[in-house]
Design a protein around this ligand. Sequence first.
Ligand code: 5GP
Length: 237
Amino acid sequence: MKQLEQLYSGKAKTVFRTDDPDHYIMHFRDDTSAFDGKKLAKLDRKGKVNNRFNAFIMEKLEAAGIRTHFVRVLNDQDCVVKRLEMLPIECVVRNIAAGSLCRRLGVQEGLELHPPTFELFLKNDALGDPMINESHVEAFGWAKAEHVVRARELTYQVNGVLKQLFADAGMLLVDYKLEFGLFKGELLLGDEFTPDGCRLWDAQTREKLDKDRFRQDLGDVIEGYEIAGRRLGLHFD
Ligand code: 5GP
């Protein structure tokens, strides 16, 4: 597969076109950002750690019957993904209260949520990714109602698989964000799954092993990601 021109460069990943119209190359950079791009940094090893972490999770999801855009790892910082037509929405499931939920509703961080909550956000940095609901999506034509229903179903299915996977490795899956897109008419998970887009806590101590280490200046950001990865059985050299 031949890498062609850059198609899109986000805050942490760059996507390249390839000579295969159905596939892109997704490059995990060492860049990190928070607060809609207001806080930026470069973190040594991040691209490599996230590429590994993501591949491991995508393979677990595929094995559980959840179809994703992931095809294969190419090298340390690159993987091949299917070319999707993305829905401009972010789906968030929360098992435990943290982050924006606490700020919005004044609830205490750490509160267990039964059932887990499901929220939709519009993917728009300029507007600060505002929270929306299904009727907004339909009224503004951001996605078809049936696709939002399916995205919600898949986001919860991911929770079933990953909550257990992390629990077995001594971690709590607090919350995560997923995006979806269409590939030849089928809605697939079209996002990475790494500690950049989820919250992971040590089950005993509740130590944070995710991007909150960067957001909250807790230090040892990538060391936290590596601890989470090693507990899942990954090796980083
Ligand atoms: P919150 O709404 O509490 O800020 O985020 C909920 C979850 O979704 C967290 O795990 C957070 O990392 C993830 N998340 C929310 N928005 C984004 C985003 O724009 N990019 C990434 N990578 N993750 C996000």
